[in-house]
Design a protein around this ligand. Structure first.
Ligand code: NDP
Length: 449
């Protein structure tokens, strides 16, 4: 490996001990840009990699709130403002008990590259809390969101930092966060958050954007290799925002989705997943995926027992991990291959372990990497921001056609970079190189900042 890259990986390990997810994402990116770094000596002279792997700012804060029993609970809040090289910090908020600084930093780091790939003027950030909205009443969620925003508001703004949703943060949470921001600021700054409800400044097609965008990228990738989605069998992990709309679009492209999951287990329906029922269970009732069997008793349910999700043991042509990081292990990757899987599309951020990614690439399975394949969400958030600035709304069709074009462009730049750097079909490398070059150029142009 290139000496400069080796040195930076070592330095990152020393400076961020125990931050396994962050180190994993840094290794994945740096490990794939060797040729570019070797060809540009000025990157080393001007410490481009040192700067790119160090967040501009990390904010952590106490979030006290009162539960329905009158008890005071204290959670920890985070905002990692990773890079403002090409636009205001931009990236979602995650509310999940697993949230820690390493996860926030890996997500913020990934976000810089993803946002660069969209071609839109947005920097990279991520935030959230170890608060778990699951099982909480609406009032508890509201009180938590209000307390969280009472600190966060001073660090964000429509030209400074624009948060959005992620795991555990959907339209309900964004609404409570926006309400509190507006109350504190006494101003209607519509573009300060994205993922807003349509009735107060949200964008049509934002809810669908990440899942739909994933399928547009998948369509382009399959077409480039002589395949199509028509009549393909698809399995999806997760049953949240990304998973649901990936499923909907997979059907629209003529595929059949036979499995979905949540953090307890997965369902297999050989007749094809009833997506309207999944929406009812997960989006409306906030229930468990197991409840699917109450309406479709012929379907099978498999409980999660260990590290490997049962959803990847089901025979499929295309696998779409859309739940969380490191949910697809080397072991699962091998089972997918044995079962004839031809392509994997990462809807979640960093869902495949490094070993699983390597296995896919070395064993002829097409891999649509998260940074490129799930960028449709943030791209549509940027379209939401522009609508807010213009005080104007696009129709659903207008937003979706912009999304489609952005995903086609992201595929093209990943494809071209992969070919230019002698790794055709390796979209992990292609996407990382295309994004890195753009960021490095912006960094050099702006001087030592
Ligand atoms: P949601 O909260 O809507 O859904 C998450 C889904 O994943 C749920 O089904 C959840 O199950 C499951 N899940 C969460 N954590 C785990 C876990 N540790 N093990 C197994 N299953 C788990 O989140 P999103 O759909 O918004 O996000 C999913 C992924 O996509 C994340 O990686 C996110 O960062 C990424 N992403 C999201 C974007 C967006 O626009 N929303 C944009 C780009 C990336 P349960 O219901 O049991 O909690």
């Amino acid at each position: 490996m290139n000496e400069y890259i080796q040195r930076i990986i070592k330095l990152t390990e020393q400076k961020n001990p125990g931050e396994t997810e962050f180190l994993q994402s840094v290794k994945e990116v740096l490990g794939s840009i060797e040729e570019v770094v070797a060809a540009h000596k000025e990157y080393e002279e001007l410490s481009v990699l040192e700067r790119m792997t160090e967040p501009e700012r990390i904010i952590t804060f106490r979030v006290p709130w009162v539960n329905d029993e009158g008890k005071v609970i204290v959670n920890r809040g985070y905002r990692v403002q990773f890079s403002s090289l090409i636009g205001p910090y931009k990236g979602g908020l995650r509310f999940h008990p697993s949230v820690n600084q390493s996860i926030m930093k890996f997500l913020g780091f990934e976000q810089i590259f993803k946002n660069a790939l969209t071609g839109l003027p947005i920097g990279g950030a991520k935030g959230g809390s170890d608060f778990d909205p699951k099982g909480k009443s609406d009032n508890e969620v509201m009180r938590f969101c209000q307390s969280f925003m009472t600190e966060l508001y001073r660090h964000i703004g429509q030209d400074v930092d624009v948060p959005a949703g992620d795991i555990g943060v959907g339209a309900r949470e964004v609404g409570y966060l926006f309400g509190q921001y507006k109350r504190i600021k006494d101003a209607y700054e519509g573009g300060v958050l994205t993922g807003k409800d349509i009735c107060y400044g949200g964008s049509l097609a934002r809810k669908e954007a990440t899942g739909y965008g994933l399928m547009y990228f998948m369509r382009e990738m399959l077409n480039a290799h002589g395949h199509s989605l028509e009549n393909k069998i698809v399995t999806i992990s997760g049953s949240g925002n990304v998973a649901i709309y990936a499923c909907e679009k997979a059907y629209a492209f003529g595929a059949k989705v036979v499995a979905m999951s949540d953090s307890n287990g997965c369902i297999y329906d050989e007749n094809g997943i009833d997506i309207e029922l999944i929406k009812q269970i997960k989006e409306v009732r906030r229930g468990r995926i197991k409840e699917y069997l109450e309406v479709h008793p012929h379907a099978k349910y498999m409980e999660n027992t260990g590290e490997d999700s049962p959803v990847w043991t089901i025979k499929t042509d295309i696998a779409l991990p859309c739940a969380t990081q490191n949910e697809l292990t080397l072991n699962s990757a091998k089972i997918l291959k044995e079962n004839g899987c031809i392509a994997v599309g990462e809807g979640a951020n960093m869902p495949s372990t490094l070993e699983a990614m390597e296995y896919f690439i070395n064993n002829g399975i097409l891999l649509a990497p998260a940074k490129a394949a799930n960028a449709g969400g943030v791209a549509t958030s940027a379209i939401e921001m522009s609508q807010n600035s213009m005080r104007y709304y696009y129709t659903f069709e207008e937003v979706e056609s912009k999304l489609e074009q952005i995903m086609i462009n992201i595929f093209k730049s990943s494809y071209e970079a992969a070919n230019r750097y002698n790794c055709p079909g390796n979209y992990v490398k292609g996407a990382n190189i295309a994004a890195f070059r753009k960021l490095a150029d912006a960094m050099l142009a702006q001087g030592i900042v």
